[in-house]
Structure formats: C-alpha cells, structure tokens
Design a protein around this ligand. Structure first.
Ligand SMILES: CC(=O)SCCNC(=O)CCNC(=O)[C@H](O)C(C)(C)COP(=O)(O)OP(=O)(O)OC[C@H]1O[C@@H](n2cnc3c(N)ncnc32)[C@H](O)[C@@H]1OP(=O)(O)O
Ligand SMILES: O=C([O-])CC(=O)C(=O)O
Length: 373
C-alpha cells in the first residue's frame, strides 16, 4: 500500500463549488478577488448553493428566508445558561448548540432535496444567533433579538453589541464572511462530507465540521495569531520573538498552507482591511507588527500568510473578543459546508479509505488469568 501522509495531493471527489488552481481561488467560477470587492455574503451563499449568482428577486427571497429563521429556539438559549460558562470555549459551545438545534428540528432526519435545502437555510440563519447569544450570556448579558431588516453581516454585529454597526464595520465584516465562505476540500469540509456520506443528517455533518475547524492547524489559527500578537505586544519584540520560535522549529500561526505555494489570495484583502481598520481605531501597531512578522517569516521560511493571519487584527479592530474569531469563521464557512453536504447527498458514495497496518503481527489469545501480573 502507498500511504500519502495527510492525504496530500489526493483527489477524493469531484465538486462544482469552489476551485483552487494555480493559487487562484474561485467560487463556482467567480474569482475571489471580484467577490471580495463586490458581493454581499448572501449573494455568495446563493452562489455556493446554486453555482450561479442570484437575480434581485432570488436574492430578496433568500434574504427573507434567512431573516425569518434568524432566531433560536428558547431551549437552545436556555441551554447556554447550564454550561460551565467561564470554562467553555465558544467553539465548543457552538459545536454543542448546533447538535442541540438538531433535536428541535422535526425534519432533522428527513432526507430529500427540498427538506435538506430548508434545513440549510435554517442552519445558516441561526449560526449568528448561537455565537452572539453565547458571547453575551457568558458576560451576564441578555441575548439580543435579531433585526430582520438588517443584512447578514450587519445583523451579526448588531446581535453581538446591541448597537447598529458603522458602515465601515459592516463592509469589513461582510468582506471577511465572503473570503471565508468556502475553500474546496479543506479539513472541516472533508469532515462534513465524510460524515454525511454515511447518509447521516445535516446537523451531524455540521457538528463534525465545527469540531474539525476548531483545531489550531485549521480555523483555530486566527485566535492563535491574536494570542501571538498580544504576547509580542510591541514592535521591538517582534524580531526576537519570531526568530526564537523559528530557531526552535516552532510553527508561526497564520503562515503556510497545504495547497497554496505562492500565497493565499485571500490574505491581501485582509491585510488591506487590517491596515485601514487599525488606523481608524488608533491601534496601527497591530498591523505594523503583523507586517514585520510577515517580512521575517516569508524571508526566512518562504512561507506566506494564510487567511487566518490578518483576519486576527481585522476582527480585533472590530472590537470582537479573541475567542470568537474561530466561531465567526464557522458562521461564514457553514455556507460552504452546507453546499458540500448537499452536493455529497446528490451523488453519494460512502467515503472509506484504507490504512496500512503497522501494529503487532498475528497474536494468539491468552485468557486474562494466564497473562501474568
Ligand atoms: C483556514 C486554514 O486552515 S489556513 C491554515 C491555518 N493554520 C495555521 O496557520 C497553522 C500554521 N501552519 C501550519 O501548521 C501548516 O502550514 C499547515 C497545517 C497550514 C499546512 O501544513 P502542511 O502542508 O502539512 O505542512 P507541514 O506542517 O508538513 O509543514 C511543512 C514544513 O514547513 C514548516 N512549516 C509549515 N508551516 C509553518 C509555520 N506556520 N511556521 C513555521 N514552519 C512551518 C514545517 O515545520 C515543515 O518543516 P520541515 O519540513 O522542516 O519539518
Ligand atoms: O484549505 C485549507 O486547507 C485550509 C483553508 O485555507 C481554508 O479552509 O480556508
């Protein structure tokens, strides 16, 4: 058997949702650069789910379907109050809450294209409520009811703070959602597909994907980047801190990628936003430290930044708690997970690779009393 560690370069499925070819990322044929500059997150959701951009009436319909499903069942809200709240990471809370949502969806196990599409709308719509309600409940604050007149990005920020966000914040947050929405067969999307390929339900698929996104080698890296920036804290500390880590062969969070070699095309949009927002908030050092880190890591290791690197200072500048960065990634990426789950159901085959066994050779069973002390 030939083993490909980490399945690097293995093509495990066909997909018409997004592609990475020669370091260019497209969603259903649209370049990410175009979408980041011009599209609303709702248009991207539609694009990922239908492989075409919506007409105005299709977009209006999707927006009203999402808005109608923004709220959470009371049972899920109450459940947060039972968590050991000061010990729970918001990604763990999100993973549990999505699983819990499945309990209150009477159609959770109903298969069929229409039922699954309706569940996709419900799940996409409720992710912001889960993240923002948990973020507030843990601070002893009441969750804020969604504003159905606001778009997806604006409503998220509103539910987090209770204040109508500034246009610049909406623009930045929308762009971040667009940039994180899908990424071919990344680890969490693959997890979702493996899960539903057993013909398990959508809630199980998304719960599994959240678990995979949580790790610091994947979505969890954005929180880890902010921790690193906070640890470094001053421009003078950048050089010694990063060089020491590199000498010890430790990984610098937010750098490197399994697929991109020349660089992640999403990073430049986030870098630009980071510059703008950190200037506006009067904290340009976060951006300056980040560019210094980038210069050292690309110089020493030829590793360019990935999507997680500059998203850290962007979310920080929007006043978002650092442990909410990865849940926000999930709020966006669930659109991609759902697209892939629906695509998997359309043309399903169980996903079941092989392992090259390296354990002990054939053994003879010995009863416990004869095995010695
Ligand atoms: C949304 C996302 O998921 S984007 C990725 C987010 N994750 C991170 O930012 C975490 C930091 N980055 C990494 O750990 C990796 O680059 C990954 C996991 C993203 C990709 O990993 P892989 O393709 O498996 O590369 P792998 O981990 O095998 O690294 C290959 C070599 O580059 C080095 N390397 C890779 N990334 C980094 C890094 N961030 N810092 C320092 N060295 C690195 C490894 O140490 C290894 O060196 P070696 O050959 O001397 O042992
Ligand atoms: O594709 C990957 O391996 C990780 C990534 O950048 C993403 O999921 O956005």
């Amino acid at each position: 058997m030939t083993v490909t560690r980490g399945l690097e370069g293995v093509v495990a499925t066909t997909s018409s949702i997004s592609s990475i070819i020669d370091d260019t990322l497209t969603y259903a044929g649209y370049n990410i650069d175009d979408l980041a500059e011009n599209a609303s997150f709702e248009e991207v959701i539609y694009l990922l789910w239908h492989r075409k951009l919506p007409t105005q009436s299709q977009l209006d319909e999707l927006k009203s379907q999402l808005a109608a499903n923004y709220s959470l069942p009371e049972e899920v809200l109450n459940h947060f109050k039972t968590y050991p709240i000061d010990k729970v990471h918001p990604m763990a809370a999100l993973r549990s809450a999505v699983s819990l949502l499945g309990l209150y969806d009477e159609e959770a196990d109903q298969m069929g294209e229409e039922a699954n599409y309706k569940k996709a709308i419900r799940l996409q719509a409720k992710m912001p409520a889960i993240v923002t309600a948990f973020a507030r409940v843990r601070k002893g604050l009441e969750p804020i009811a969604p504003r159905t007149d606001l778009g997806f990005a604006a409503n998220f920020l509103y539910m987090l703070t209770g204040k109508e966000p500034e246009p610049i914040a909406i623009e930045a947050f929308n762009k971040a959602l667009v940039l994180h929405a899908d990424h071919e067969l990344n680890a969490s999307t693959f997890t979702a597909r493996v899960c539903v390929a057993t013909l398990s339900d959508i809630y199980s698929g998304v719960t599994a994907a959240i678990g995979a996104l949580k790790g610091p080698l994947h979505g969890g890296a954005n929180e880890a980047v902010m921790k690193m920036l906070t640890d470094i804290s001053t421009l003078e500390n950048v050089e010694p801190y990063i060089r020491e880590k590199l000498e010890k062969k430790e990984k610098i969070m937010g750098f490197g990628h399994r697929v991109y070699r020349q660089g992640d095309p999403r990073a430049k949009h986030l870098r630009e936003m980071s510059k703008k927002l950190t200037e506006l908030t009067g904290e340009p050092h976060w951006y300056e430290m980040s560019t210094q880190i980038e210069a050292i890591v690309t110089g020493e290791k030829k590793l360019p930044p990935n999507v997680d690197f500059y998203s850290a200072s962007v979310y920080h500048s929007l006043g978002i708690d650092h442990d909410l960065f990865t849940p926000i990634f999930a709020v966006s990426r669930v659109s991609g997970w759902l697209a892939h789950i629906l695509e998997q159901y359309e043309n399903n085959r169980l996903i079941r690779p092989r392992a090259d066994y390296t354990g002990p050779g054939m053994q003879k069973f010995v009863p416990v009393e004869q095995r010695g002390l």
